[in-house]
Write a protein that binds this ligand. Structure first.
Ligand SMILES: Cc1cc2nc3c(=O)[nH]c(=O)nc-3n(C[C@H](O)[C@H](O)[C@H](O)COP(=O)(O)OP(=O)(O)OC[C@H]3O[C@@H](n4cnc5c(N)ncnc54)[C@H](O)[C@@H]3O)c2cc1C
Length: 336
């Protein structure tokens, strides 16, 4: 007789954990506040995850329609800063598709999915995968899909003092444009993402977006979140994905972290379910595994974000890269 698990939150972390647990013989009830499919604020550039990890979660085949990305170009404001091949291919897959496909997989495996309900409570056997903790922050995240938008590389990143915006292609040849902006800079009207891009000093990019066709319903925004480790607790609460830690999004690694977070949590939860360990032991193991896996890349990501969102920092980085003192490939690896 195994003990059941309840997961609060059906984003990437919650759904992939639910699938992994169902595959390992643990009964899961997953409570999701919203429903599927739906557009999410996310760059939809998935990098650093291995096929072995996707296999272990039981979700590799869901990536078969993903775009494979191999090149990137970065801009300092309007000026090209660097153009490179990616050291390993990345996936381009929309959350609109992916979350719904994961939800379907979860229910097919016998998981109980309840949509349109907010979970509250903190009992043993509850895993929090409810995304970012609400907090005060200067950031505004915006995204939209566009048709008819040509790109200079598989991943374009446009950096400025007011934030950054990344563009990448997802399935069906659509382009996902997603950015992080300082809230105080967002002032003008119209399509919010195009306006924020213009207000961030990226007029040429705003013009390109204006010439393309925004996909109806795909414009989404988030605010009130803070990057880094989320609420620390010693009370045996298990948190995974963004509920545990949020890496600066320019890295394109948060989705991978959500999957990896689910994967390192699965085994301790299976042992708790089988009665082999206490809940507090499982919680401590999961917390330690998160620290081991994510602390270094989070440190690098924070340092790089501070550097890249300041004019002088970008100039300094460009000089180091052009002199070969620092290699783009090394930095890319450090945040994965
Ligand atoms: C601007 C921006 C750009 C990004 N770009 C990228 C990128 O290019 N590549 C990348 O890898 N990552 C990117 N990320 C990060 C990535 O989106 C997240 O790391 C990822 O979504 C985390 O997944 P999650 O399952 O932990 O949380 P979420 O996907 O946020 O899922 C949490 C779920 O919990 C539900 N929920 C919340 N509260 C409750 C409750 N009380 N009860 C029930 N359900 C609840 C929500 O409805 C939601 O469905 C970006 C993030 C931002 C903000």
């Amino acid at each position: 007789m195994t003990r059941a698990i309840t997961i609060a939150g059906g984003g990437l972390a919650g759904l992939s954990l639910g699938i992994a647990l169902q595959l390992r013989g643990v009964q899961v009830r997953l409570i999701e506040a919203a429903s599927y499919p739906r557009y999410r604020v996310c760059g939809e550039f998935i990098s650093g995850i291995t096929e072995t990890e996707l296999d272990a979660l039981g979700i590799r085949d869901l990536f078969s329609s993903a775009r494979r990305h191999t090149t990137t170009v970065w801009f300092d404001g309007e000026r090209p800063m660097l153009s490179r091949p990616l050291s390993a291919p990345a996936y381009g897959l929309s959350r609109y598709f992916l979350d719904a496909a994961l939800a379907e997989r979860f229910t097919k495996l016998g998981g109980e999915l309840r949509c349109g309900e907010r979970f509250e409570g903190d009992d043993e056997g509850v895993v929090w995968a409810a995304g970012r903790m609400k907090g005060e922050s200067e950031w505004l995240g915006l995204k939209a899909h566009f048709d008819g938008l040509a790109l200079g590389a598989d991943l374009e990143i446009h950096l400025n003092d007011g934030g950054y915006i990344g563009l990448t292609r997802v399935e069906n040849d659509r382009v996902n444009a997603c950015g992080l902006f300082r809230r105080r800079d967002a002032v003008s009207g119209g399509h919010a993402l195009i306006a924020a891009t213009r207000d961030a000093g990226l007029a040429l990019l705003a013009e390109r977006l204006s010439d393309a066709r925004p996909v109806e319903g795909s414009l989404k925004g988030v605010s009130h979140f803070s990057l880094g480790w989320q609420r620390e607790s010693d009370d045996g609460r298990v948190t995974i994905g963004d509920s545990a830690v949020m890496i600066p999004p320019f890295t394109g690694n948060g989705m991978t972290m959500a999957f990896q977070s689910a994967l390192v949590s699965a085994e301790p939860l299976v042992r708790w379910s089988a009665g082999a360990i206490e809940w507090n032991e499982a919680a401590a193991e999961i917390k330690l595994a998160h620290r081991r896996l994510f602390a270094d890349r989070l440190g690098w990501a924070r340092m790089l974000q501070s550097l890249l969102l300041h004019r002088l920092g970008r100039k300094f980085a460009a000089i180091l890269l052009s002199l070969g003192v620092v290699r783009f490939e090394t930095l890319y690896r450090k945040v994965r």
